[in-house]
Design a binder for this molecule. Structure first.
Ligand code: BYC
Length: 340
């Protein structure tokens, strides 16, 4: 079926042609084939993808900050080397994703502008502070653990460049989760003070992970802003019809909790939710539902939002000379290659 209809968007077309292209797009989705950059796609699909991939990329690069703050204070050389590799991986994830977004016809500089001006969002998870070394463990175990659960399903997402970027990201995230678990395990096997440090970090990162990494609840409740939740539900439905999302937010959240409980038991930490218990009938762990109130409180709960963005903007400005050098080099290479 591939290659039958490959068009550049933006060309004027008749309604009949549009219908044909739309039918072909739907047939590709139904056959579970990937949509590639030169395939025709509905504008809504393109916009939805740009929004999600950009938000994803922004989260990766802003998400470097809480852990990076501990690079100069890592307890050993090995811990520092591993954390450095992890933080650099997050930068790489941002790069894969900005590249994937660019295949949809947007410019990386514009996306970064939108992040810096607050027109596009990043995950509010990373507005929470990393107060002790143990937070690096909790972030990697819980937020990367949540990211893996979410993104393993995005490997099958319908847009080819996004799916391929996510596949690579997942391999690296799996290492991050192990690293976080290992960092916490060392503390949990240490002194009473170290165990307490691990527990407090888990207490701090549980809600940002369980509430924010999976997005809002699937259904409206008494605390839902009716308009937002209706729009959210409609967007989830469209996203699933388009094969972008493969599971609902709450399905993935449940999978995450089911993964975490036995791991927490092995670590010897308590997940800060008294409602967690095995439910034999459902064959899942029960936990306090992430209602709209829980979600909104978590969105507002991080204290570092303005600091994260200000730091990001300052780093971008400091890096202007690197971008100028790269552009100058590319220009020189073009000039050398151009026939005289
Ligand atoms: N924070 O869009 P909706 C990582 C907003 S980083 C702030 O329907 P959806 C890592 C949302 O913008 C990778 N706002 O949510 C890096 C919208 O508001 P507007 C993170 C949020 O699509 C470093 C409104 O709520 N992973 O792994 O159902 C170190 C309605 O939400 C958040 C991805 O990005 C939030 N968290 O679900 C460690 C994966 N959530 O725009 C680790 C790809 C929602 O209407 N992304 N809002 O004003 C996704 O799967 C989905 O976009 C999300 C959100 C699950 C994040």
């Amino acid at each position: 079926m591939k290659g039958v209809v490959q068009v550049r968007s933006g060309l004027p077309r008749s309604a009949a042609e549009e219908r044909l292209l739309n039918e072909h797009f739907k047939a590709l989705l139904a056959a579970d084939e990937r949509i590639e950059p030169l395939d025709w796609m509905p504008e809504g699909y393109r916009h939805f993808l740009i929004r999600q991939i950009a938000q994803h990329a922004h989260s990766e690069i802003i998400g470097m900050q809480p852990e990076a703050a501990w690079l100069t204070r890592a307890p050993t050389l090995h811990r520092k080397a591993a954390l450095l590799a992890k933080v650099q991986d997050e930068a790489g994830h941002g790069l894969y994703l900005y590249s994937a977004a660019e295949t949809l016809g947007v410019d990386r500089a514009d996306l970064l502008d939108a992040l810096h001006n607050g027109r596009q969002q990043y995950s509010a998870t990373f507005n929470y502070p990393a107060l002790t070394w143990a937070d690096t463990g909790a972030i990697a175990w819980l937020t990367d653990g949540a990211a893996v659960v979410n993104q393993v399903r995005l490997r099958d997402t319908s847009y080819g460049p996004y799916a391929r970027a996510v596949r690579r990201i997942c391999q690296e995230e799996a290492f991050h989760v192990r690293l976080g678990y290992d960092t916490l395990l060392a503390l949990c096997r240490g002194t009473a003070e170290q165990q307490e440090m691990a527990q407090e970090a888990v207490n701090r990162w549980w809600i940002p992970a369980v509430a924010l990494m999976f997005g809002p609840p699937d259904t409206a409740d008494a605390h839902a802003d009716a308009r937002t939740s209706a729009i959210g539900a409609a967007m989830t439905r469209r996203s699933m019809t388009w094969g972008i999302k493969r599971n609902t937010n709450d399905e993935l959240r449940q999978r995450f909790v089911d993964n975490c409980v036995p791991q927490a038991e092995r670590l010897g930490v308590t997940l800060p939710d008294p409602a967690i218990r095995w439910n034999q009938d459902r064959e899942h762990y029960d936990f306090t539902p992430v209602t709209w109130k829980v979600f909104r409180d978590a969105l507002a709960g991080g204290s570092q939002g303005s600091r994260r963005l200000a730091h990001r903007v300052a780093v971008h400005q400091e890096g202007a000379w690197v971008r100028a050098a790269v552009n100058a080099f590319a220009g020189r290479r073009e000039a050398v290659r151009a026939p005289s």
